[in-house]
Design a protein around this ligand. Structure first.
Ligand code: SF4
Length: 281
């Protein structure tokens, strides 16, 4: 079968579009979850904050400005059909898209070239790119700008198998408690369970791409997502950490087979902005 050519420029254009859209237009599923939480939030201060988040999203959308000042590291997930041939450098095309999107969209440039000398690259590149080869002749690009306030509060635990589901719950709840107001709650929480040290971190990040209201396909883990979200909301941290019944809007768990001797668990915290936009080329 002949490979399907996709010019690199199309990738660049898509990434630029997605970076701007993700930063300016709050995901309708997230907004619906905030509105639903507003109906159930017990604390008057919490209710007022949720109202402000809804107003903030409307202002961002109508005035074409970012939902938050931290427009994030550009995390890009690419599903490459094995029958696709990108004409040109895919990696360069993605970074050019980030450069273009963050410049043309007036989005804050938050990337430094080295963790110690901390010189800003001035164009928010390089992106963090995850590639996955899939069947077919399509290219799916997801841009998920990630704010560092919530990223800083994320954690990895190398649990022992005997710690079981209770150990996983404890890890998530400890991470949420330690995050407190720093992750700009209400949070969206991605949990990765299984694999290895780096695989569970990847799974946790990928869990954040799942749309709010879309549970795990595995009934056991779908029930666990529900149960754990309830426990997270019982912590009382509340909107922006001022107390209340809405600490998280959503919690998604992704799992993977693992070694008989281990149980890695990663908890990736996201905030109420929870940005991710996709296009299929
Ligand atoms: S955690 Fe989210 S809402 Fe808070 S500053 Fe970062 S991107 Fe903005």
């Amino acid at each position: 079968m002949a490979l399907r050519d996709i010019p690199a420029e199309r990738v660049t254009e898509a990434v630029a579009r997605l970076a701007i859209k993700a930063n300016i237009e709050l995901d309708p599923a997230v907004e619906a979850a905030i509105r639903a939480a507003r109906q159930t939030e017990a604390s008057p201060v919490g209710q007022a904050i949720l109202d402000q988040l809804i107003e903030n999203a409307a202002v961002a959308r109508t005035q074409r400005i970012p939902i938050c000042q931290d427009t994030g590291l550009a995390v890009v997930f690419v599903e490459i059909g094995q029958d696709v041939h990108v004409v040109g450098s895919l990696e360069d095309a993605i970074n050019e898209g980030v450069r273009r999107g963050y410049t043309e969209g007036y989005l804050r440039k938050s990337v430094v070239r080295d963790p110690i000398d901390r010189v800003n690259t001035q164009d928010n590149t390089p992106a963090i790119i995850h590639y996955e080869i899939v069947p077919g002749d399509r290219l799916k690009i997801t841009v998920a700008p990630k704010g560092i306030g919530s990223e800083n509060m994320s954690r990895i635990y190398m649990l022992k198998p005997a710690q079981g589901i209770e150990g996983i719950e404890q890890a998530v709840l400890e991470t949420v408690q330690l995050a407190g107001p720093n992750a700009c709650p209400p949070m969206v929480i991605g949990v990765g369970v299984g694999g290895t040290f780096e695989k569970c971190a990847y799974l946790a990040k990928k869990a954040l791409l799942r749309s709010i209201g879309d549970p795990s396909k595995d009934p056991f883990w779908a029930a666990e997502e529900k149960q754990l979200l309830k426990k997270v909301n019982e912590t009382g941290i509340g909107p922006q950490g001022f107390g209340g019944t809405t600490t998280a809007l959503w919690l998604a768990i992704e799992t993977w087979p693992t070694h008989i001797g281990g149980m890695p668990v990663a908890v990736n915290i996201n905030c109420h902005v929870a940005r991710h936009e996709s296009e299929v080329l």
